[in-house]
Ligand binder design. Structure first.
Ligand SMILES: Nc1ncnc2c1ncn2[C@@H]1O[C@H](COP(=O)(O)OP(=O)(O)O)[C@@H](O)[C@H]1O
Ligand SMILES: [Mg+2]
Length: 591
């Protein structure tokens, strides 16, 4: 009888939806060629099928080799390896069934021992992977099982149910993000809205023509916009956290009340606001220089003999340049000038605050262009114009390039940007720019840099809120990290889809497999042997869990690893290069 080339073995045992397969010992090749296409047998993450009369059951290989043997046999094998007598073993989980040309996830019937197991050909796979809605499907690469077959994702599910891209450094996460976002951006949607936090400034080149870039020290000729994050839009506590030094609760409350006074004044200028709704957390401009000056003055002031009349100033200070008022110093004992006995003892904190306010690296925050408040709190531009510059431009993607931001405040800033955005979309939920009417996809690359589990920071609180309820308000999240084990578990568990790239760290693998569907946990082992750009994609955005090779982005992402053997083959650069190098360093610029 002629050997059917797709037949590879038979079902040996079934437990739940896990099936053990004994491969035929006479199977001619590991890489059979059927209709001119080479198939690889026994690849973890590839499919097999079990024909049952009118239906075909499909399973995904999760284990291969001796460990895939049934328990009983494995014991015997350990005592006497010859019992295997040339057979190979596979374990798979059943994932769906095909009737005619339609494929459904989940199985109604169960195979039995002795049922024949077949390779899945490209024609079969077309049925399995077909059935995406053309409007929302995006193509991100090829199926590893068969390179001629596109790997697709359902963009709607990806956005509404959140997604995590996990993998070691260099496993291809940033490339995967570029491909995914590009695929979304290339759809003919006039009001698509993707917001990327880009800690390394990697994405502008791969997404050029589809994005607007916001960065500190922008190059307007390249179409970039200056990144401004007005400090006054931050909740009070987060604003204080930017300054070095700690405040007692009492002193924090004291400063809070002073900030509130200033916000109240500018609220009356803006008009149309409910007075009782205004708190120190309200996104209302106020002059932080004035706040500093008033607080500082209160600490420094000295009084005449009546202990009520301020002494005459020696030097008149200035809020604009953050110069203190100077009074005649208080004398010792019982003669004037007298100290301000109500002073709070916060001059140390105020000094730290002043130096931060003067630090040019923080200009994007404290001198945010047209959003800088004058002493009475008025600003030339207000938040509506900030949001329209962030999202109202003609491109589907907004990239916030944070590469120029000092790393010690990276966490606060990315948190603040997210918080401001999420709050705006939340409160605007009934408007046409709210998330419910115009969903937003937030891409958080290198999330471990600003999201640590157990840390009560603005970024982790905001991301947790988005993970838990962003769905209701039309805010989806694409979270990218190389350290899933450092990520808050509730955040990871809220991700409906997981794209797991190569990963070798055992703890990280554990976290990833815990986040994947139960049946796929056995597959965690394969994660360490994935090729660069190859991933196990599972969850709601795919019809069926699959092993996928992402396309490579055309303009390689900027962080592409330098290739030493190629670069060292060039002439040694002139020593004068170091002049430029140091000048750039001193100017804090890259060119
Ligand atoms: N699908 C892919 N095919 C081929 N090369 C890839 C693929 N994905 C990534 N690479 C390459 O691997 C390197 C690391 O990729 P990158 O996306 O920066 O990894 P990560 O963000 O995980 O550190 C880059 O040089 C990139 O060009
Ligand atoms: Mg990266």
């Amino acid at each position: 009888m002629k050997h059917n080339p797709t037949h590879i073995g038979q079902v040996e045992s079934v437990s739940g939806n896990s099936v053990t397969i004994k491969m035929a010992s006479n199977y001619p090749s590991n890489m059979p060629i059927i209709n001119g296409i080479v198939y690889r047998i026994g690849q973890i993450g590839s499919f097999l099928k079990i024909p049952l009369g009118y239906a075909n059951l499909y399973g995904l290989i999760t284990q291969a080799g001796v460990l895939a043997m049934p328990e009983s046999l494995l014991m015997a094998y350990k005592e006497n390896p010859s019992v295997v007598d040339g057979h190979r073993w596979l374990r798979m989980i059943l994932v769906g069934e095909q009737i005619g040309s339609s494929f459904e996830r989940g199985v109604l019937q169960s195979p039995t021992s002795g049922d024949q197991v077949h390779l899945v050909t490209n024609e079969d796979l077309r049925i399995v992977y077909g059935g995406y809605n053309a409007q929302s499907a995006i193509v991100i690469g090829n199926q590893s099982a068969s390179e001629g077959l596109a790997a697709q994702l359902d963009m709607d599910k990806l956005i509404s149910r959140h997604c995590a891209i996990l993998g070691a450094t260099g496993s291809g996460k940033s490339n995967a993000v570029s491909i995914l976002v590009k695929a979304i951006a290339e759809k003919p949607f006039p009001s698509a809205r993707v917001f990327m936090i880009d800690p390394h400034g990697e994405y502008a080149s791969t997404l050029s023509g589809k994005c607007r870039v916001f960065r500190v020290g922008s190059n307007p000729e390249a179409g970039e916009e200056e990144l401004c994050v007005p400090f006054w839009a931050l909740p009070f506590k987060e604003l204080m956290a930017i300054f070095p030094g700690k405040l007692s609760d009492q002193n924090e409350d004291y400063i809070r009340s002073k900030a509130l006074e200033l916000k109240r004044i500018s609220a009356s200028v803006i008009g149309g606001l409910r007075e009782e709704a205004i708190t120190a957390d309200s996104p209302i401009p106020f002059s932080i220089n004035q706040l500093w000056f008033d607080l500082d003055n209160f600490e420094r002031i000295t009084f005449k003999a009546d202990r009520a009349t301020p002494e005459n100033l020696i030097t008149v200070g200035d809020p604009a340049t953050l110069r203190s008022n100077q009074y005649p110093p208080a004398g010792l004992g019982s003669s004037a000038p007298f100290l301000n006995t109500k002073g709070k003892g916060i001059l140390g904190f105020l000094d730290g605050m002043r130096s931060r306010l003067l630090d040019q690296r923080y200009n994007f925050l404290f001198r945010p262009g047209g959003y800088s408040p004058s002493p009475n709190g008025a600003t030339p531009n207000d938040l509506p114009s900030l949001f329209s510059t962030w999202f109202g431009h003609g491109f589907p993607v907004s990239i916030l390039d944070l590469s120029a931001i000092p790393s010690n405040i990276m966490q606060t800033i990315s948190g603040c940007i997210l918080k401001i955005t999420y709050d705006a979309l939340y409160w605007g939920q009934n408007t046409l720019v709210g998330g419910k009417k115009q969903p937003l996809l937030v891409v958080l690359d290198e999330a471990h840099a600003y999201l640590k589990s157990g840390e009560d920071s603005i970024s982790s609180r905001t991301v947790q809120a988005i993970a838990k309820e962003g769905r209701k308000y039309g805010v989806g999240m694409l979270l990218v990290t190389q350290r899933p084990s450092e990520l808050d578990e509730t955040v990871l568990s809220q991700c409906g889809s997981i794209i797991a790239l190569r990963m070798t760290n055992t703890r990280d693998k554990g976290h990833v497999s815990a986040a994947m569907q139960d049946e796929l946990r056995e597959m965690a082992e394969v994660l360490s042997s994935l090729r660069t750009g190859e991933a196990i994609v599972s969850g709601e955005a795919v019809r069926i869990p699959s092993r996928v090779k992402f396309f490579q982005a055309a303009n390689a992402v900027k962080s592409s690893d330098p290739i030493a053997s190629k670069l060292w083959a060039k002439e040694r650069p002139k020593a004068s290069e170091y002049e430029i190098c140091v000048r750039n360093w001193r100017n804090q610029s890259f060119n």
